[in-house]
Write a protein that binds this ligand. Structure first.
Ligand code: AMP
Length: 521
């Protein structure tokens, strides 16, 4: 199968060949003809499958062949809108639009929060065919009337499940309500929760259905490994592994922003170039860190889950879970950063005795045990007792990472508390009545009625004061079939763990906090 046999025109085929793509990936083989047909599409594809080219290439082709449209002021009209959950993903998708559309005369722009709005207004004024945006900033433009979407022909919701997880359902509905009703809609999502199905039902008209990656599966091309280690030896072990194997382009995940900062500082002291990337960093610091990491000048990028979303680096060779994630699905997303589009990659997890239950949950989710290897010199203490994950300030130095809960109960939606209430929401009607999503009845839509995750700005970025990795971070996420975590004891021993150097299974300790509340429920 080749790109030209999918019906793509020569300038697009030339551009992808120049990028080294010789064969379309499975999502591309299916999505490209479907989108070229002009119908709606519901696609199940995780990041790393080549989904971006799967929608971008046919959109470029359609816009290029359809008659150009101009606004009343004679400028190019926005004809395609791509919404993404994060700034990084928006920037990368727009980079792809430019790269694939290099030989076409179409113009694109990207817009997200955290940076000045004026250059975006300037770009819009000069006329663009394609806009890639995060929902919050797009709404800002819509409210300020600096964007005219009345000629929109194609809408893409990319990583729709992430958008719902991040509490964007209301923003999305507000955007949809203002779009011209006659348009092509493409919805890409890695998972199909009830909320996604509801959104798809409301948005899509007889869509083509494509699913290329089953949810919660890990790619065969990723070699996964656990290195059992004591919690206070993790940093030393990471330095040892990086130096011994001369690893470059290592993406390291920590549970908290504080942990990410500390680890990056410690690695730097160990003469390993490292920077942290998380929501407290300015957009320019994040962009710079990402650019240095991409071009290989930065050896290690330490990231929290939220900051890492959308990081798209070709053939990222090493992903390290310095802390295991609180939510098993995040493990799949994290290691999906490597082994992409056929390249092989390695995902290493440094697991201490505190994280055994988290490991057990992950193995259950991915339906296979992860092989373990004890590193000589780092044999874990077999008598070590599990401790509750992260007491404040422990993040970067030990295996922990959990911040204390941010107050009681569900997190508040920033700056929009009233609109987050399901009862009020169901009564909301857009003024023009166009593309009004059907009322959800008594069932709150999107995030199960939970107000937006605390710490999320409406542009998809964590607020400066937010504690990533805290209880609130995972509040709205409700994987189907997931059991409440509250009753589980911390530190259960999942059998073979720590191969040979088994910790004692002391079970829950009296009065010890459990993982209850990790989803902020
Ligand atoms: P995505 O799933 O869109 O994030 O794409 C994952 C990675 O695969 C990106 O870095 C793309 O550059 C790369 N990619 C996309 N399509 C192909 C292809 N047909 N052949 C090789 N690499 C590809």
């Amino acid at each position: 199968m080749s790109f030209d046999s999918l019906g793509l025109s020569e300038p697009l085929v030339r551009a992808v060949h120049e990028l080294g793509y010789t064969t379309p990936t499975p999502i591309q083989t299916q999505a490209i003809p479907a989108v070229l047909n002009g119908g709606d599409l519901l696609a199940g594809a995780q990041t790393g499958t080549g989904k971006t080219a799967g929608f971008t290439l046919p959109i470029l082709q359609r816009l290029n062949t359809m008659p150009a449209v101009t606004t009343a002021s004679g400028k190019r009209a926005v004809r395609a809108l791509i919404l993404t959950p994060t700034r990084e993903l928006a920037a990368q998708v727009e980079e792809s639009v430019r790269a694939y559309g290099k030989y076409l005369k179409l113009k694109s722009t990207v817009m997200f929060g955290g940076v000045g709005i004026n250059p975006q207004i300037g770009a819009l004024r000069s006329g663009v065919d394609i806009v890639v945006a995060t929902p919050g900033r797009l709404l800002d433009h819509m409210q300020q009337k600096t964007i005219d979407l009345s000629h929109l022909e194609i809408l893409v919701l990319d990583e729709a499940d992430r958008m719902l997880d991040m509490g964007f359902i209301h923003d999305i509905k507000r955007v949809l309500a203002k779009l011209p009703p006659k348009r092509q809609n493409l919805l890409f999502s890695a998972t199909f929760s009830d909320e996604i199905k509801t959104l798809a039902d409301n948005l899509l008209d007889s869509p083509a259905l494509i699913e290329v990656a089953r949810r919660n599966t890990t790619a065969e091309t990723v070699a996964q490994k656990i290195h059992p280690v004591d919690r206070d030896k993790k940093r030393e072990m990471l330095t040892h592994l990086i130096k011994q194997h001369n690893w470059h382009q290592v993406l390291v995940f920590t549970r908290t922003k504080h942990g990410a900062n500390r680890l990056a500082e410690q690695l730097t002291k160990d003469s390993i170039s490292a920077l942290a990337i998380h929501g407290n960093k300015s957009q320019s610091a994040r962009t710079r860190a990402l650019a240095e990491f991409k071009d290989g000048t930065l050896q290690v990028l330490v990231a929290t889950d939220i900051a890492a979303r959308g990081i798209d680096i070709d053939q990222l060779p090493h992903v390290v879970n310095y802390d295991l994630p609180n939510v098993p699905e995040d493990y799949v997303h994290r290691i999906g950063r490597t082994g992409r589009a056929g390249a092989t990659g390695e995902a290493i997890s440094l697991v201490c005795v505190d994280e055994l239950q988290l490991l057990k949950d992950i193995e259950k989710l991915i339906k296979r045990p992860v092989p373990q290897e004890v590193i000589a010199g780092f044999e874990p203490d077999p008598t070590a007792k599990p401790e509750p994950i992260l007491r404040r300030g422990q993040g970067g130095g030990g295996g922990g990472g959990r911040s204390p809960r941010q107050g009681q109960g569900a997190p508040k939606r920033d700056g929009a508390s009233s609109s987050a209430k399901p009862a009020q929401r169901s009564g909301q009607r857009p003024s023009n009545g166009q593309q009004q999503p059907k009322p959800q009845g008594a069932k709150p839509a999107g995030n199960g009625g939970q107000p937006r995750r605390d710490g999320q700005r409406h542009d998809g970025q964590p607020r400066a004061a937010a504690h990533e990795g805290s209880a609130a971070q995972h509040a709205p996420r409700k994987p189907q079939g997931a059991k409440p975590q509250g009753a589980k004891p911390q530190g259960g021993n999942p059998g073979a763990l720590l191969g040979g150097a088994k910790p004692r299974n002391d079970g829950p300790r009296g009065g010890q906090p459990t993982r209850s509340g990790q989803r902020g429920r």
